[in-house]
Design a protein around this ligand. Structure first.
Ligand code: NAD
Ligand code: MG
Length: 405
């Protein structure tokens, strides 16, 4: 078993562009106003000689999108929220920046001829169609939007192979595994270990979690991220999604993917090869490193990020995840083992339950319970096509809402 989906493009002349005085790599950032999007722009600003922003998109934060566009001068921007279009277009026409609005525009803008890499930093199912279109247009993908691989990993990786594009992981764990695999693409992976911080409620019993508030759940111990992934980290859904993401990125079976809780978040993940040797990638928690590596691969560029010091971290500890209390992680393994549209169901249910929790409509422990109920109720489709994912997503959302509202 090799990471062959990534190796295929390791020697691609495309990936060498932007280095040694050649043309800059032209980047489209979907979700530029979010946590990953803004950090990606910091990376690009630090390496303005290597990268150029071609497209920026946001859901509704017009003010920040406008400020980013004026600073980075992309060719085009998309504001998905149509009520914000006037504000964006009236400001940006003076700068000769094309402006578009709506979900159809988001899905189409990735096809622009000039784009080399599409960085998917938007959140949730909304990433699926733009990613499919980008792959069909032969754009390499720097993937932060893990939900796309959770929903339709089989379809996405098949399309990537057919179109000869690379999917370069930005998620810190997958970025770590990818770094461990460079130079090892011909070698068999025995197992990978995805590290998990355990989130803000590590060590807590179910009874203590019953009255958790969203304010408590939104305080992650090691990472500052968007609201949805922060709640997913507190319920371990995020780690479950990362197990599924790893399966598709690195072509693994569920038995080859282990989760280990490592509260300090210094080891970002590990690979064990068939000779028993293990490689780990380490550093202080900082998403700018995996973002930059996904854009600079196969090269490394300089970074001003704070360096790790062993003496400041004399103890790195490890423990088993509590999959009974945080059973979203078990649900993800079940979805992975059964396959078909089950992970798509889990993702759609979770988008509804997380939003309902953030709107004070359900309690913390109900998130996983409703997710599980959706997995039991929604019609199973063994070999889904794109239309089946669309149908499954809509059906699941409707059913999950009927349990809540
Ligand atoms: P965020 O909420 O901070 O930002 C989301 C971005 O997506 C914003 O720019 C928003 O305008 C856009 N967006 C939201 N809904 C949209 C929609 N329906 N259509 C189009 N655009 C929409 O989220 P984030 O923390 O930056 O996470 C982005 C993705 O990266 C998620 O899939 C997350 O799981 C993944 N990720 C994030 C981190 C992190 O450190 N933040 C780490 C690993 C992976
Ligand atoms: Mg992660």
């Amino acid at each position: 078993m090799k990471g062959d989906k990534i190796i295929d493009t390791i020697n691609s002349p495309f990936l060498r562009r932007g280095v040694g005085g050649e043309a800059k790599k032209k980047i489209a950032i979907l979700g530029s106003t979010g946590s990953i999007g803004t950090q990606a722009l910091e990376v690009i600003e630090e390496h303005a000689d290597k990268f150029q922003v071609e497209v920026l998109t946001a859901n509704s934060n017009a003010e920040l999108l406008i400020a980013q566009a004026i600073k980075f001068k992309p060719n085009a921007v998309v504001i998905v929220d149509e009520t914000k279009f006037k504000e964006v277009s009236e400001t940006l026409w003076k700068y000769d920046i094309k402006t578009y609005t709506g979900t159809a525009a988001l899905a189409q803008v990735v096809e622009m001829k000039e784009i080399d890499i599409v960085l998917t930093a938007l959140v949730g199912y909304a990433g699926l169609l733009p990613t499919i279109n980008a792959i069909k247009a032969k754009k390499n993908i720097a993937l932060a939007n893990k939900e796309t691989l959770v929903v339709a990993g089989e379809l996405i990786t098949k399309l990537a192979r057919e179109n000869g594009v690379a999917i370069l992981p930005i998620d810190s764990e997958h970025g770590a595994i990818f770094q461990c695999l460079v130079g090892e693409f011909q070698n068999k992976i025995e197992k990978i270990y995805l590290t998990a911080s355990g989130g803000p409620f590590r060590g807590k019993q179910k009874s203590e979690l019953a009255t958790i508030t969203k304010e408590q759940a939104l305080k992650h111990p090691n990472w500052t991220m968007g609201a949805k992934i922060t709640i997913d980290s507190a319920t371990l859904m995020n780690k479950g999604f990362e197990v599924i993401e790893a399966k598709w990125l690195f072509n693994l079976k569920s038995s080859q993917i282990d989760v280990i809780v490592h509260p300090q978040s210094i080891i970002h993940s590990m690979v064990q090869f068939e000779d028993g040797s293990m490689k780990a990638q380490m550093g202080l928690p900082d998403m700018k490193l995996p973002i930059q590596y996904a854009l600079s691969f196969p090269f490394r560029f300089s970074s001003k990020s704070k360096r790790f010091n062993f003496i400041d971290h004399p103890q790195l500890t490890f423990e088993k995840p509590d999959t009974e209390t945080f059973f979203n992680l078990s649900l993800a393994y079940q979805a992975l083992e059964k396959g078909g549209n089950l992970a798509c169901v889990l993702n759609a249910a979770n988008e509804i339950t997380v939003q309902a929790f953030l709107n004070d409509k359900i309690k913390f422990l109900e998130i996983a319970k409703i997710n599980q109920k959706c997995m039991q109720q929604i019609t199973f489709i063994k070999t889904p096509a794109y239309e089946d994912y669309v149908f499954t997503d809509a059906e699941t959302r409707k059913y999950a809402k009927s349990l809540i509202y």
